[in-house]
Design a protein around this ligand. Structure first.
Ligand code: ATP
Ligand code: MG
Length: 332
């Protein structure tokens, strides 16, 4: 498969003017400005193949938006190289713009005072989209995301969820090969989030559009993105499948056993006791090769169990464990 995005040893350092307190301080900043450097992206490399859907994840300030801006040509890397569809984005902004779609969750690209349909029409003209193609796309996308009821309403009157759906449709009208989304589900309610996720998963699957999205919502990754790139303090810390992350961290399952009579402390070799509430005992099964049956066999037939609950680790837990381990391994 062809790589549509290649990011090689990319760093981005922002120069932030230092501020000094008071009038004299303001004057000093004007006359002899001093800068502090903020390293937003540090030596990040990855490649994305045509048709992939990749989630870009990391805590606040980790450098996600900065990376999206470099890939879409809005920002120039301080060092390293970015290649999108064979071009350097900031050098070929116009050409790249025709071949990619961009959605910023925090900033609208629609015309605030115009009806949604008019923004779309302007987009059609700017991008010179063939009429039949445009009509086709609009019909299909508007139907999937249920835009019809508010196509004639001014953008400023829309709810956040309605606006976001319109933003995503607009970004796709010109048939981009790659869709970049910076926090597309931020602030949406569960229903809108679900609609957006299913839609993105579908355009990725059906049209083969490559998707790269940043998010804080791990459910987005679980629904849309088989591949996960994680950044922390400007650096890339993980690139691979969510499943691989899970198994690398050990997929500890949680087991709760409810007994009819308290068996007393029950030391087991197959599971680790994490809390003992008498009749209710909580365990962690740390090894993948241990099954529930193994644990129950060890508990023994003489003890009557009233109820059993076994929980798989969820994605939030896996990611939290990942960042916690990093933070204890590498003191800040
Ligand atoms: N224009 C700018 N000038 C100076 N510093 C900036 C600028 N934009 C971002 N930064 C800094 O660069 C770092 C990375 O910012 P970025 O917006 O890429 O993070 P992010 O991962 O998108 O965070 P969030 O999850 O909060 O959106 C932060 O420390 C931020 O303060
Ligand atoms: Mg951001």
């Amino acid at each position: 498969m062809v790589e549509v995005i290649e990011v090689r040893s990319v760093s981005k350092t922002y120069q932030q003017p230092k501020r000094f307190p008071g009038v004299l301080g303001a004057l000093k900043s004007l006359v002899t400005p001093e800068y502090t450097e903020v390293k937003a992206v540090a030596d990040v490399s990855f490649g994305i193949r045509k048709g992939e859907a990749v989630g870009y994840l990391g805590p606040n300030g980790a450098g996600k938006s900065t990376m999206i801006k470099m890939m879409t040509g809005i920002l120039v890397p301080t060092s390293g190289s970015v290649s999108v569809l064979g071009c350097t984005p900031h050098e070929r902004r116009m050409e790249i713009a025709r071949r990619i779609g961009v959605v910023f969750g925090q900033r609208s690209q629609l015309w605030w005072d115009l009806p949604v349909a008019d923004s779309f029409e302007l987009h059609r003209r700017i991008y010179d989209i063939p009429a039949a193609r445009y009509a086709d796309n609009l019909r299909r996308f508007a139907e999937l995301l249920e835009l019809e009821p508010f196509l004639d309403r001014a953008v400023r009157q829309l709810s956040l969820g309605q606006r976001m759906r319109a933003e995503i449709v607009m970004a796709l009208l010109h048939d981009p090969q790659i869709l970049f989304l910076d926090e597309p589900t931020i602030g949406l309610d569960v229903v809108a989030k679900d609609a957006v996720r299913r839609f993105l998963a579908e355009v990725n699957r059906e049209r083969g559009i490559t998707i790269i999205l940043t998010t804080h919502d791990l459910q987005d990754i679980e629904t849309i993105c088989p591949r996960l790139i994680m950044v922390d303090h400007a650096r890339l810390v993980f690139d691979g499948e969510l499943g691989r992350l899970r198994s690398a961290l050990g997929s500890a399952r949680r087991l709760t056993l409810e007994f009819t009579t308290d068996p007393g402390p029950l030391p087991l070799t197959t599971a680790v006791l994490t809390a003992d509430d008498g009749l209710l005992k909580h365990y962690r099964i740390e090894r993948d090769d241990v099954s529930l049956v193994d644990v129950l066999t060890e508990v023994g037939p003489g003890r009557e169990i009233k109820d059993i609950a076994l929980e798989e680790p969820n994605i939030e837990e896996v990611i939290r464990t990942f960042y916690q381990r990093r933070n204890t391994a590498v003191p800040a």
